[in-house]
Write a protein that binds this ligand. Structure first.
Ligand code: ZN
Length: 287
């Protein structure tokens, strides 16, 4: 396992972690100042400053990317289905323009929550089938653009409104059905927050192997968790054995950046400097 305690060259900052403190350009500049060499941008933050400006900011700062967040939300009623597909193609194009190594996908839950305006449905099975169809179609487009798709299974508490793919097993089953040759174009984003509780997590990391381990996201699970979406913890503040999971992915050969992704109204309320300094310190001691 890599020793991360002496420097933070393998640290990537997911820009949602400080989305309230600065715009994308401000975040990139702050990262460069702190010696954070890698970011993973969110689409809405890029859109806010404009894609061209975002691309220039990344280039000027000499930053690398660990992913692009996020495509997906494939579930929709018939009226909104094309909208979902077009939007995902644009996400692939943006990821390409920014030089991201993969497009991270949060696949969507029940249609009415994933694609606003869609008709209400309680059919989670239909949503899961729709995800697979949407993924299959996007994969063809992504292949042509040479942009790998990183499917991110989300904790099951998000099944209704964000993602009806909730375990590594489920996500890998999909990868194997859609990309049986393991071409390198489809794999997983493994996020400690979403998978730590799963009794199969180690077995599924082994099953994924290096080729399907496209991204590794870290943050911590706080007890008690006060908000389903915005109470993720800084590494070391919760109950996840993050080094244990990192050891497992690295044992498979994962040698990419470790992406810190903390969606937290608590951390959003703190100064940018404090969040970045704490992130770097915890990266060295708790990851
Ligand atoms: Zn994540």
């Amino acid at each position: 396992m890599r020793d991360l305690s002496t420097d933070h060259r393998w640290l990537s900052l997911n820009t949602a972690t400080v989305r309230k403190q600065a715009d994308f350009v401000g975040i990139v500049e702050a990262c460069a100042k702190k010696g954070i060499r890698v970011v993973s941008p969110w689409r809405d933050q890029v859109a806010q400053v404009g894609l061209d400006r975002a691309v220039r900011a990344v280039k000027d700062a000499g930053l690398d990317l660990s992913g692009y967040c996020r495509g997906g939300m494939f579930t929709a009623d018939d009226v909104h289905l094309q909208e979902a597909r077009d939007d995902n193609r644009r996400a692939v194009d943006e990821a390409k323009a920014l030089g991201a190594p993969c497009l991270v996908l949060v696949v969507g839950g029940l249609p009415q929550y994933s694609r606003p305006g869609s008709v209400a449905s309680k059919d989670i099975g239909a949503a899961q089938r729709q995800v697979e169809e949407g993924l299959a179609e996007l994969l063809a487009y992504a292949r042509a653009a040479n942009m790998p798709l990183a499917l991110e299974p989300l904790h099951p508490m998000y099944a209704a409104d964000r993602a009806c793919v909730n375990t590594m097993r489920q996500a890998l089953d999909i990868c194997e059905r859609l990309d049986p040759g393991n071409s390198g174009m489809m794999g997983l984003a493994v996020d400690t927050y979403h998978v730590w509780w799963d009794f199969e997590v180690l077995a599924q990391i082994r099953r994924a192997g290096q080729k399907r381990l496209l991204a590794f996201h870290v943050c911590d699970w706080l007890v008690p968790t006060k908000d389903m979406l915005l109470d993720r913890g800084m590494m070391g503040d919760g109950v996840i054995d993050i080094p244990h999971l990192r050891r497992a992915v690295e044992a498979e050969g994962f040698a990419g950046y470790v992406e810190v992704e903390i969606l937290s109204s608590d951390w959003w309320g703190r100064p940018l400097d404090e969040v970045l300094d704490t992130t770097i310190q915890r990266f060295k001691t708790a990851v």
